[in-house]
Design a binder for this molecule. Structure first.
Ligand code: MLT
Length: 408
C-alpha cells in the first residue's frame, strides 16, 4: 500500500498565495466589470531591463549553433556568473565569499524550502512570526512539528515580531539549532542593523546553531549604513547560509534565477558531535537533485552585473521604491500605523482592531485592491495587512485613491 506523508495533513489545505489567488478569481468572476489591482503577492510587473534581454538573447543565439551550443552545465552554476556575483555582491561589501561558495539555482523559494533537508528531524527550529510561509511549511512537511493549534505548530520556537520589539525577532529563551532570519523582512519590511545581526551571529557561534538568512530583498536597502549581506558581520561565514534572488532585484520572477551562499568554513555536527562540511552536503544535494539553471537565463543574470545592467536594474528598484513611498504616504494619511516601505517593497499596515482577512475582503470588495492578509504569515499578523509596491505607478496611484475613498 502506498502510504502518504502524514505530515501533509498538518498543513493548511493550500499555500497562502494560492488561497488568495482563488478568492480573487472568484470575486473577479462574480464581478467581471471590475478592474482589480493586485498589490498582494510580491510579483514584479516591469519588463526585464534591456541589458538583461540582450544577455538573454545572446545566450539563446549561442544555443542555435553547434559550435556554441551548451548541454548540461555545472549544477552549481557557470563560473562566469558565480565570479560576477562574488565580486559585485560580496567583495564590494567587504565580504570574503569565493565563487565556489555560490550555488546558482532557480530561486530563493526553492532553496529556502529545500535547505532544511540537510538537518536531523529532531533539531529545534526557530522561526519568526510573521514569516514567509515556505520556511515553516517545509519544516512541517519534513515532520519537525506537531499539530497546528491556535495558529501555531507544536515543536516550533516562534519569535514574535511585534511593534513592541520593532518587528525584530529576539533571542529565544530555549536553545535552538536552526534559525530563520529575513532582512529586509518579508512580510514586515523591517530591517536589521549590523549590531542587531551580530547578536544572532554570536548566538549561533556560542550554541553551535546555524542561521538561514534570506536576503532576497537586499537591493531595496536605501540606508547605506544597513548591511546587505550577513557576511558583513565578522564570523558569520562560520554560522550562516545566505539566500539571494534575481526575482525582486532584476525582475526575474518569471525567469527564475537565484543563488545560495554556503561558505566552506560553515560546519554542522553529526549525531556523534563530529564536524561535517555543510558546503559538501549542499553540493551533494544540489548535484543529485538539481541540474542547473538554463544557460540563457544565467547569461541574462550575468548581464545584471554589467555597467548598463546595474544602472537599469537600479532604476527599476527606484521605481518600485517610489511606489512604496506613495503607499506609505497614503496609509499614513489614513491614520494607520505601519512599518516597512523605506528599505523594502512591502508595507505592513496595522489594521487596528480589524481581523486581517476581514480587512483583505474589505479592500477587495470596496476598492478592488488585493493585499495580503497578515494572518497568512502567522499569528502575529492577525491584525495586519501587507501591501506590495510591485505594480505600475499608475495602478499604485489608482489603488491608493481607491483606498482613500473606501476607508475615509
Ligand atoms: C511574497 O509575496 O511574499 C513573495 O513574492 C513570494 C515569493 O517570493 O515566493
Amino acid at each position: 500500500m502506498i502510504r502518504a506523508n502524514d505530515n501533509y495533513n498538518k498543513l493548511k489545505a493550500s499555500y497562502l498565495f494560492s488561497d488568495i489567488a482563488k478568492r480573487v478569481d472568484e470575486y473577479q468572476q462574480k464581478n467581471p466589470e471590475v478592474q482589480i489591482i493586485k498589490l498582494g503577492i510580491g510579483d514584479v510587473t516591469r519588463a526585464l531591463a534591456p541589458a538583461v534581454i540582450k544577455g538573454f538573447h545572446k545566450g539563446v543565439d549561442e544555443m542555435a549553433s553547434d559550435a556554441t551550443f551548451r548541454g548540461y552545465g555545472p549544477e552549481q552554476g557557470y563560473e562566469f556568473l558565480r565570479k560576477k556575483i562574488a565580486k559585485n555582491d560580496f567583495h564590494a561589501r567587504g565580504a570574503d565569499i569565493s565563487p565556489d561558495e555560490i550555488f546558482v539555482s532557480d530561486g530563493a523559494k526553492c532553496d529556502t524550502g529545500n535547505f532544511q533537508e540537510l538537518f536531523a528531524g529532531d533539531i529545534k527550529v526557530a522561526i519568526p512570526d510573521p514569516v514567509y510561509p515556505a520556511y515553516l511549511d517545509t519544516n512541517v512537511m519534513a515532520g519537525r512539528t506537531g499539530e497546528f493549534k491556535d495558529g501555531r505548530y507544536k515543536g516550533i520556537v516562534y519569535m514574535d515580531c511585534l511593534k513592541e520589539n520593532n518587528f525584530l525577532p529576539e533571542l529565544p529563551c530555549e536553545n535552538v539549532d536552526l534559525i530563520y532570519l529575513c532582512f529586509p523582512n518579508n512580510p514586515t519590511g523591517s530591517t536589521a542593523t549590523k549590531e542587531e545581526l551580530k547578536v544572532w551571529v554570536d548566538y549561533a557561534k556560542e550554541n553551535k546553531a546555524l542561521i538561514l538568512f534570506d536576503a532576497a530583498y537586499e537591493s531595496y536597502i536605501r540606508d547605506e549604513a544597513l548591511p546587505k549581506t550577513i557576511y558583513e558581520i565578522e564570523g558569520a561565514s562560520k554560522v550562516a547560509v545566505e539566500f539571494r534572488s534575481f526575482s525582486k532585484t532584476a525582475g526575474f520572477t518569471g525567469t527564475r534565477c537565484g543563488f545560495t551562499i554556503v561558505p566552506k568554513d560553515c560546519m554542522v555536527f553529526d549525531s556523534k558531535g563530529r564536524k561535517a562540511s555543510l558546503h559538501a552536503m549542499w553540493n551533494r544535494r544540489h548535484s543529485t537533485k538539481f541540474n542547473g539553471v538554463s544557460y540563457p537565463v544565467q547569461k541574462a543574470a550575468e548581464a545584471v552585473y554589467s555597467g548598463e545592467g546595474k544602472a537599469q536594474v537600479k532604476q527599476q528598484i527606484a521605481y518600485y521604491l517610489n511606489n512604496a513611498d506613495i503607499i506609505r504616504e497614503t496609509v499614513e494619511s489614513l491614520g494607520f500605523d505601519y512599518v516597512g516601505g523605506k528599505n523594502s517593497p512591502y508595507i505592513w499596515v496595522d489594521g487596528k482592531d480589524r481581523d486581517s482577512w476581514d480587512f483583505f475582503d474589505l479592500l477587495l470588495t470596496r476598492a478592488s485592491v488585493v493585499c495580503t492578509p497578515g494572518a497568512g504569515f502567522g499569528r502575529c499578523g492577525r491584525q495586519y495587512i501587507r501591501i506590495s509596491a510591485f505594480n505600475s505607478l499608475e495602478n499604485v496611484t489608482t489603488a491608493m485613491a481607491r483606498l482613500k475613498e473606501a476607508l475615509k
